[in-house]
Design a protein around this ligand. Structure first.
Ligand code: NDP
Length: 443
C-alpha cells in the first residue's frame, strides 16, 4: 500500500466522517512526504500514525438554564493533542458547528503553529456547540460558568492553558476564569486572553490581527514589494479581522471590505479610522450584525462574500473553508498578489491547490495567525512570575516573533517561480521540531 493510501486508510478507520480533520492532516502529510529529505517515507508515515491520535479527547455535558428557566443542553469538549513541546495550549470555540472533527483539525494545526513560534507550548483545542449569538448577557455568563465546572478538572498552568477563539473573547474568558477561581482558589492564570485587570496581557486582543499584518509586511519585503496603497479584502468582523484592519490602516493600505456570515460591507474609498471605531462599537459593544451599520461610506451586500472585488491582497479572517474553488478563481482573475490566512484553514482543499499552482504568494494560517498564541505564551510567562508587561513591550516582542516565524518558514525552501512556498517551509520546520521532541521524549 502506498504511504498516502496508508494514511487515508488510518484516517478512514479511526476518524471516519471527520472531514475537516482529514483535510488538515492530508495537507501537512503530503508536504512532509514530498519535501522532507531527512527521513524515509516509512518513518514519516509511522510518525503520522502516532501524531494523528490525540493524547486525550474529553467530552462532557453542559447543562444550563436560559432566561425562561428552561434547561438547555450543550456538548463541551477539550482535545489535548500533543504536549511534547510544552503544556497543551489552544483556544476554546463556542459555535453551533463545533464537533470533534473541527476541534481535531484545529488542535492538529495548533501543534504545528505552536512549534513555529519557538515558545514551549503543545497543541490543544476545545469548545462547545453553544451559540452565543442572540443570547442575553446572563445566559452567556451562566453557560460559561457551567462549562468551566466541567473543564477545570482537566486544565492547569503547567498542564493545559486554554484561550479564546470564535465566540470566546475577553468577556467569556472572564466568566470562565472567575468560575475557575471559585472552584480552585488558584490565581495561576490558567486561561489566557484575560482582561489586563486580572492578569491578562496588554495587546493580547490585538495580537492575532496585528501579527498577521506584521507577517505580511515581512513577506512583501522579501518579494520586493511594499504595503503602501495596496487594496485589501478582509473577511470577518471579529477579533482577528478588526485588529488586522486597524494595523492595515496604520500601514497606509486601503481596506475595502469586512464581512459576517450574512454579507459584506464594501468601502469603495477604504475604511478610515473613524469607520473602524464605528465598526468596533457595532461588533464588540452592541454585538449587532453588519447589516445594521449606519455609516454612509459603505454599501452592504447581503449574502455576498468579499472575494469577487478587485484588490491586491486578500486576508480571510472568518472561518474554515470560507474560500471555495469559485472564490479562488475570482481572486486569481482579479489579479490578487497575496493571500494571508488570518483564520484557520479558510481555503477549501480545492481552492488551496488552485492557489498553490498559481503565482499568488500564499501565507498559511499556522504562520500568519500565530501572533495570538505567541502573545498567550507571553501572558502565561507573565502570570508565572507575577508581572505585567507594557503594551509597547508586548507589541515589540510580537513583531520579533512574527519575524522569527517568517525566518523559520523560509529556511530550507527555495523560491518557486519567484515565490517563496511558505506552507511547505512552515510544515517542514514545525514537523522537524515535533518529531525530535516526541522521539527524544518517548523513543
Ligand atoms: P470572532 O468570533 O471574534 O469572529 C468571527 C468572525 O467570522 C465573525 O465576524 C463571524 O461572523 C465570522 N464568521 C464565522 N463563521 C462564518 C461563516 N460561516 N461565514 C462567514 N463568516 C463567518 O472569531 P475570531 O476573530 O477570534 O476568529 C476568526 C478566525 O481566526 C477563526 O478561524 C479562528 O480559529 C482564527 N484564529 C483566532 C485567533 C484569536 O486569537 N482569536 C488566533 C488564531 C486563529 P458571524 O457573527 O456572522 O458569525
Amino acid at each position: 500500500m502506498s504511504s498516502i493510501a496508508l494514511i487515508d486508510d488510518l484516517l478512514s478507520h479511526h476518524h471516519s466522517y471527520q472531514n475537516e480533520f482529514k483535510e488538515a492532516v492530508n495537507e501537512i502529510y503530503k508536504d512532509i512526504l514530498e519535501y522532507d529529505n531527512k527521513r524515509s517515507k516509512d518513518e514519516i508515515t509511522k510518525f503520522f500514525e502516532r501524531l494523528i491520535e490525540p493524547d486525550r479527547t474529553i467530552r462532557f455535558k453542559v447543562e444550563w438554564f436560559d432566561d425562561k428557566d428552561r434547561v438547555q443542553v450543550n456538548r463541551g469538549y477539550r482535545i489535548q493533542f500533543n504536549n511534547s513541546l510544552g503544556p497543551y495550549k489552544g483556544g476554546l470555540r463556542f459555535h453551533p458547528t463545533v464537533n470533534e472533527s473541527i476541534l481535531k483539525f484545529l488542535g492538529f494545526e495548533q501543534i504545528f503553529k505552536n512549534a513555529l513560534t519557538g515558545i514551549p507550548m503543545g497543541g490543544a483545542k476545545g469548545g462547545a456547540d453553544f451559540d452565543p449569538k442572540g443570547k442575553s448577557e446572563a445566559e452567556v455568563r451562566r453557560f460559561c460558568k457551567r462549562y468551566m465546572e466541567e473543564l477545570y478538572k482537566y486544565i492547569g498552568a503547567n498542564i493545559d492553558i486554554p484561550a479564546g477563539d470564535i465566540g470566546v473573547g475577553v468577556r467569556e474568558i472572564g466568566y470562565m476564569y472567575g468560575q475557575y477561581l471559585r472552584l480552585t482558589d488558584n490565581f495561576s492564570g490558567v486561561l489566557t486572553g484575560k482582561h489586563p485587570n486580572f492578569g491578562g496581557s496588554c495587546g493580547r486582543e490585538e495580537a492575532t490581527g496585528y501579527g498577521c499584518v506584521y507577517f505580511i509586511d515581512e513577506a512583501l519585503n522579501h518579494h520586493g514589494m511594499k504595503f503602501e496603497d495596496k487594496r485589501v479584502l478582509v473577511s470577518g468582523s471579529g477579533n482577528v479581522a478588526l485588529f488586522a484592519v486597524e494595523k492595515l490602516i496604520e500601514f497606509n493600505t486601503k481596506v475595502l471590505t469586512v464581512s459576517d456570515s450574512d454579507g459584506t460591507l464594501y468601502f469603495e474609498k477604504g475604511i478610515s479610522e473613524d469607520d473602524l471605531n464605528d465598526l468596533k462599537v457595532l461588533k464588540f459593544e452592541k454585538r449587532e450584525r453588519l447589516r445594521n451599520y449606519t455609516g454612509s461610506k459603505a454599501v452592504y451586500l447581503e449574502g455576498e462574500k468579499p472575494w469577487s472585488r478587485e484588490a491586491d491582497i486578500a486576508i480571510p479572517c472568518a472561518t474554515q473553508n470560507e474560500i471555495d474553488a469559485q472564490d479562488a478563481m475570482n481572486l486569481k482573475d482579479n489579479g490578487i498578489l497575496l493571500i494571508a490566512e488570518g483564520a484557520n484553514m479558510p481555503l477549501s482543499a480545492e481552492a488551496q491547490s488552485m492557489i498553490e499552482n498559481s503565482s499568488i504568494i500564499f501565507l498559511p494560517g499556522k504562520a500568519t495567525n500565530a501572533g495570538g498564541v505567541a502573545a498567550s505564551g507571553f501572558e502565561r510567562s507573565q502570570n508565572a512570575v507575577h508581572i505585567q508587561a507594557e503594551l509597547e513591550d508586548v507589541d515589540h516582542r510580537l513583531r520579533d516573533v512574527m519575524k522569527k516565524i517568517h525566518r523559520h518558514c523560509i529556511e530550507g525552501v527555495d523560491k518557486k517561480d519567484g515565490v517563496i512556498p511558505y506552507k511547505i517551509g512552515a510544515n517542514l520546520f514545525a514537523f522537524n521540531k515535533i518529531y525530535h521532541a516526541t522521539t527524544d521524549l518517548h523513543g
